[in-house]
Design a protein around this ligand. Structure first.
Ligand SMILES: NC(=O)c1ccc[n+]([C@@H]2O[C@H](COP(=O)([O-])OP(=O)(O)OC[C@H]3O[C@@H](n4cnc5c(N)ncnc54)[C@H](O)[C@@H]3O)[C@@H](O)[C@H]2O)c1
Ligand SMILES: O=C(O)C1=N[C@H](C(=O)O)CCC1
Length: 268
């Protein structure tokens, strides 16, 4: 019996999932037991392009079947919102701790997962952004919002992203609104002559989503008051930037029996 954390990764061929496979495969105290894909059932990961060097990792298309056949500790999910929600719930039912980077969950999805964690007395981490710099950007923005009531969030991502606004932008807005008095920003009589010009409205602050090829994941939070502005900005230039956060989350979730939403809640 070894002390390695036994891990399943859902979405191994994706931009994030393939980095996570690399991380787990090169971390001594982690062991990749299996992966969940929506195809290639019955094949081995080593059969697939880019993974020839990774031995003894079966591919399942059905998470339940995988959980019944393996003795795993943690499920890392990097898929899509609907799939991620199903995976997180299924993992908890099988007493496996989810670490979810997938974004696009609704508040009721999060509440449901929190309830399930309580019922099962199990840890689960939902992290809209695993990059330490992004977590700091959110924390610094929360501090700044205590002094600046007017704020706009501009998030910029690659054009293959499915959800808008990004999970990071939503989390930033939530953290800011926890300390900011709700305020409808801009001129009281402002009118959009082109629908959407002012972006999404979150308790009166605005969120703008940019999608362009060439981008990875970027966000700036702009504050303004009399005669001054403050801009807090974070840039992820590659998916490697998220991996130290994934590693910490996997390690921490093993010691948790509660639901955690946001990496800021587990960083020391
Ligand atoms: N938390 C973070 O730090 C962070 C960072 C980057 C991306 N993300 C999020 O992670 C998710 C994935 O992003 P990406 O850029 O890697 O996307 P991607 O499209 O490159 O990868 C998603 C993968 O999920 C797989 N998939 C779809 N349905 C599946 C199913 N039923 N079973 C198994 N696999 C399935 C797809 O085949 C694909 O390979 C998105 O929600 C994104 O917003 C989070
Ligand atoms: O590439 C993505 O997709 C990203 N999604 C997360 C979000 O929605 O905030 C984190 C950054 C990258």
């Amino acid at each position: 019996m070894d002390n390695k954390v036994k891990i399943i990764i859902a979405g191994p061929r994706g931009r994030m999932g393939s980095e996570a496979v690399k991380l787990v495969n090169t971390t001594e105290h982690f062991e990749l037991l299996a992966v969940i894909d929506h195809k290639h059932e019955g094949q081995m990961l080593s059969d697939l392009e880019g993974f020839h060097h990774i031995n003894n990792v079966p591919i399942y298309t059905d998470l339940e079947k995988c959980l019944q056949s393996t003795n795993s500790d943690v499920l890392i999910d990097l898929t899509t919102p609907e799939v991620g929600m199903y995976h997180a719930k299924t993992a908890l039912h099988y007493h496996v701790r989810p670490v979810v980077g997938t974004t696009g969950f609704t508040p009721s999805d999060l509440a449901e997962l929190e309830r399930l964690c309580q019922e099962k007395n199990l840890g689960c981490i939902i992290a809209p952004n695993f990059a330490i710099g992004a977590v700091l950007m959110m924390k610094f923005s929360q501090i700044a919002a205590q002094y600046f009531n007017d704020v706009e969030i501009i998030e910029m991502h690659h054009d293959q992203k499915l959800d808008a606004p990004s999970g990071t932008a939503v989390k930033t807005a939530e953290m800011i609104s926890a300390v900011r008095e709700s305020k409808k920003q801009g001129h009281p009589n402002e009118k959009e002559t082109l629908a959407g010009a002012r972006g999404a409205d979150y308790t009166g602050m605005h969120i703008h989503s940019v999608r362009l090829p060439g981008l990875v994941a970027h966000q700036q939070v702009l504050f303004g008051s009399e005669g001054q502005t403050l801009t807090i900005r974070h840039d992820s230039y590659n998916r490697g930037s998220f991996m130290s956060g994934v590693k910490v989350a996997v390690e921490k979730v093993m010691k948790l029996n509660t639901f955690v939403y946001g990496l800021e809640n587990i960083l020391e």
